[in-house]
Write a protein that binds this ligand. Structure first.
Ligand SMILES: Cc1cc2nc3c(=O)[nH]c(=O)nc-3n(C[C@H](O)[C@H](O)[C@H](O)COP(=O)(O)OP(=O)(O)OC[C@H]3O[C@@H](n4cnc5c(N)ncnc54)[C@H](O)[C@@H]3O)c2cc1C
Ligand SMILES: *[C@@H]1O[C@H](CO)[C@@H](O)[C@H](O)[C@H]1NC(C)=O
Ligand SMILES: *[C@@H]1O[C@H](CO)[C@@H](O)[C@H](O)[C@H]1NC(C)=O
Ligand SMILES: *[C@@H]1O[C@H](CO)[C@@H](O)[C@H](O)[C@H]1NC(C)=O
Ligand SMILES: *[C@@H]1O[C@H](CO)[C@@H](O)[C@H](O)[C@H]1NC(C)=O
Ligand SMILES: *[C@@H]1O[C@H](CO)[C@@H](O)[C@H](O)[C@H]1NC(C)=O
Ligand SMILES: *[C@@H]1O[C@H](CO)[C@@H](O)[C@H](O)[C@H]1NC(C)=O
Ligand SMILES: *[C@@H]1O[C@H](CO)[C@@H](O)[C@H](O)[C@H]1NC(C)=O
Ligand SMILES: *[C@@H]1O[C@H](CO)[C@@H](O)[C@H](O)[C@H]1NC(C)=O
Length: 586
């Protein structure tokens, strides 16, 4: 007895060490930072960085589709990493396309928001300016086949290097880029397959479409419109955002989300590659826990998506309204803001009628384009919007408006949704307002919007609880009570110091988002369009779903092969060394 008592703790310790070793399965890569010990992913220069031979065999396993990253704007600079890069005509092309979202989406690793690349290689007119990689990935696999994605995942896991999945580079929060990483670009997975009667698991028997990871929202709507009979899908409002990548994994709101629910509410099945490199199908019957998590649990968190199968809906006629209040109507910012308040205080009315509204508010300019009224004609949508016109007239607020009707939602989408631009250097935040908040503190919310400064808000009136969809998924349950979601931002100069960056971040979290948060005690925030420093992000992004998501992250990605900031399980990780190394405290 005595004997075993003495051995017992030793055995426990040994068992514990074994468990740790098999759970981590990677050697510790020590790094000391700010007085603490960390174990980091491997970076070039570390002894654990893969050998040239290993990189070569990775390249062979992806059929030569591995590339070293050269920033797109290197052609505007004399040299990059010691090699001459200047090319006047190529530089002109980059300069001409900085703001072009489709062009940016088609790049290998570019992020639309230069802040996340650390803005260290800008399309300058001064070719002597330095050009460095900044926070862009070190290399990228331009995946053409599932096996290429799998090879990249296996390589990153086995070599303990940071992995980034990059689809279109839209991520407002920089999650499709990462210092020193290996990126897998999924943008060429452009297959879509429409099904008239779904027969897969889950009991749903309507129309569906299997959407390849690289397909963008506008493309998907166009293909849906070409079906006979015409169908449609819940996509984002922006034509160039990917569908099956970050969008649906974050939840996905859009022009039809009030009517039908979030994109993540439409998912029927996913084809994915798991962190251990296995091909996995996730739906109601197979890997149901992963299926649940992929529906809104966070981008690049649980698996790499190859395709998503989602519900389609029959096309319907639709009507739209445009409202403007700007310098052509008044030069008094206060009057414009009062117009905004009148509009936003009616948010519950808009969603109670199944509508979605996209708008932009900055000091002196309210641009509402469009109000989307599915299944409405001109007469019907005018009747719904009339209380706004009455209120504006009552307050003597000048405005202009237009009303249009269309044979299908797609025709409305093409006509009324304007193209957006990339390239702005800013930090993004945001807030979701519930119907209860609009009712109880609409004026306070409007005051908060007034305090968003020169950047203003990009707003969406959206109520994914309107049709009371019966879906069990990972989106924040508060989405069902939502009637408005706003994106906020803080503009920054490209060349600011780290201290200035941290001040800008504080401005966003405290001065811009603070008043909006305070005005919406029942509200939440959205992981795809939110603040990386959102206080209590776990609950604010996922509410009561968070604990289950965190345990599913442990199950499906115990080693942390996938990483995107402020997604489930990432509280164990930190990006240290001035935004460079991804590490765990030990
Ligand atoms: C102009 C603009 C408009 C927007 N409009 C809307 C909108 O209407 N509604 C809405 O809900 N959101 C909208 N968004 C936000 C959008 O949903 C997110 O930026 C989303 O993450 C973009 O996904 P992506 O795959 O296109 O982009 P990326 O930047 O390439 O990827 C975004 C994230 O998804 C991960 N990811 C990409 N592909 C995969 C994959 N195959 N498997 C696993 N993870 C992957 C990436 O690693 C990254 O974490 C908008 C963004 C922009 C810039
Ligand atoms: C270093 O650690 C201290 C406290 O442990 C913290 O307050 C400070 O912000 C850290 N500095 C950096 C650069 O992370
Ligand atoms: C991968 O192989 C292709 C084709 O041989 C080659 O063009 C490319 O430069 C290689 N990539 C790297 C990083 O060596
Ligand atoms: C410069 O860029 C253009 C594309 O804009 C390309 O056609 C040309 O070959 C490049 N020139 C050199 C010397 O690389
Ligand atoms: C990022 O930019 C900051 C300046 O804002 C600079 O100090 C730092 O060296 C840069 N880091 C990298 C990896 O580019
Ligand atoms: C202002 O409103 C008018 C419509 O009255 C519109 O044509 C114009 O484009 C708007 N200007 C801005 C800057 O939004
Ligand atoms: C939604 O609103 C209802 C009624 O106001 C409330 O009872 C419920 O708790 C809310 N749900 C969430 C998740 O906020
Ligand atoms: C905070 O950011 C807003 C939006 O860009 C800006 O208008 C304001 O001047 C900033 N405030 C400070 C104190 O920097
Ligand atoms: C940063 O760039 C702006 C122009 O974008 C310039 O006016 C300013 O002087 C620059 N600041 C520094 C510190 O280089």
């Amino acid at each position: 007895m005595r004997f075993s008592f003495q051995l017992y703790p030793v055995i426990l310790v040994l068992l514990h060490l074994r468990a740790l070793a098999s759970a981590q399965n990677v050697p510790v890569n020590h790094f000391t930072w700010n007085g603490s010990e960390y174990s980091c992913k491997c970076y070039q220069g570390d002894t654990c960085w893969p050998s040239p031979h290993e990189w070569k065999s990775l390249n062979a396993s992806v059929d030569g589709n591995l590339q070293l990253v050269v920033p797109d704007a290197a052609v505007c600079h004399d040299s990059f990493e010691g090699k001459p890069t200047y090319n006047a005509s190529a530089c002109e092309e980059v300069q001409a396309n900085v703001a072009n979202q489709q062009w940016q989406s088609d790049r290998a690793v570019a992020n639309h928001w230069l802040f996340w690349t650390n803005a260290t290689c800008l399309p300058t007119t001064n070719r002597n300016d330095p050009c460095t990689l900044g926070y862009l990935p070190r290399s990228v696999i331009l995946a053409k086949k599932k096996s290429h994605i799998r090879a990249g995942i296996n390589f990153a896991r086995q070599s303990n290097i940071r992995l980034v999945i990059r689809n279109t580079g839209h991520d407002f929060m920089g999650r499709s880029t990462g210092y020193g990483s290996l990126a897998i670009n999924t943008h060429s997975f452009k297959d879509a397959h429409f099904i008239k009667k779904y027969t897969g698991p889950g009991g749903y028997t309507g129309g569906a479409v299997t959407v390849g990871a690289g397909i963008q929202g506008g493309e998907l709507l166009r293909m849906s419109n070409q079906q006979n009979p015409k169908v449609t899908v819940v996509t984002g409002e922006c034509a160039t955002v990917g569908f099956a990548g970050g969008f649906i994994q974050g939840g996905g709101h859009g022009p039809l989300a009030t009517l039908h629910g979030m994109a993540a509410d439409q998912a029927l099945s996913f084809e994915v590659i798991a962190a251990d490199g296995s091909y996995v199908t996730a739906n109601a019957d197979s890997n149901a826990d992963l299926f649940w998590a992929l529906k809104g649990g966070g981008p690049s968190t649980f698996a790499a998506i190859v395709s998503a199968t989602v519900k389609t809906f029959a096309e319907t006629p639709a009507a739209g309204v445009i409202v403007n209040i700007n310098s052509t109507h008044t030069t008094d910012n206060e009057v414009v803001w009062k117009g905004f308040a009148a509009f936003h205080n009616l948010a519950n009315r808009w969603v109670d009628n199944g509508m979605f509204v996209y708008y932009e508010y900055t000091p002196g300019r309210l641009h509402i384009q469009p109000f989307v009224g599915p299944n409405m004609d001109k007469a019907k949508i005018t009747e719904v919007v009339q209380p706004l016109f009455d209120q504006l007239n009552k307050e003597a607020i000048p405005f202009s408006f237009a009303v249009k009707e269309f044979p299908t939602f797609f025709d409305l989408y093409v006509d009324l949704f304007e193209s957006e631009t990339a390239g702005v250097i800013s930090i993004v935040g945001g807030r979701l307002f519930t119907k209860q908040d609009i009712e109880q503190s609409g004026d306070q919310i409007a005051l908060g919007v007034k305090r968003t400064g020169d950047a203003g808000v990009v707003g969406h009136i959206v109520g994914p609880g309107y049709g009371a969809p019966k879906v069990d998924n990972a989106i924040h349950p508060t989405w069902r009570n939502a009637s408005s979601f706003s994106i906020t931002s803080v503009f920054v100069d490209p060349n600011i110091t780290l201290t200035q960056k941290s001040e800008a971040q504080k401005n966003l979290t405290n001065n811009i988002d603070g008043p909006l948060r305070a005005a919406s005690p029942h509200g939440a925030a959205y992981v795809n369009e939110g603040d990386l420093e959102e206080p209590n992000w776990q609950t604010t992004f996922w509410g009561s779903n968070y604990p289950r998501l965190r345990s599913l992250k442990k199950k499906w990605d115990p080693l942390g092969v996938f990483y995107a900031r402020t997604t489930p399980g990432t509280e164990e990780w930190e990006v240290i060394d001035f935004g460079r190394k991804l590490c765990k405290k030990i």
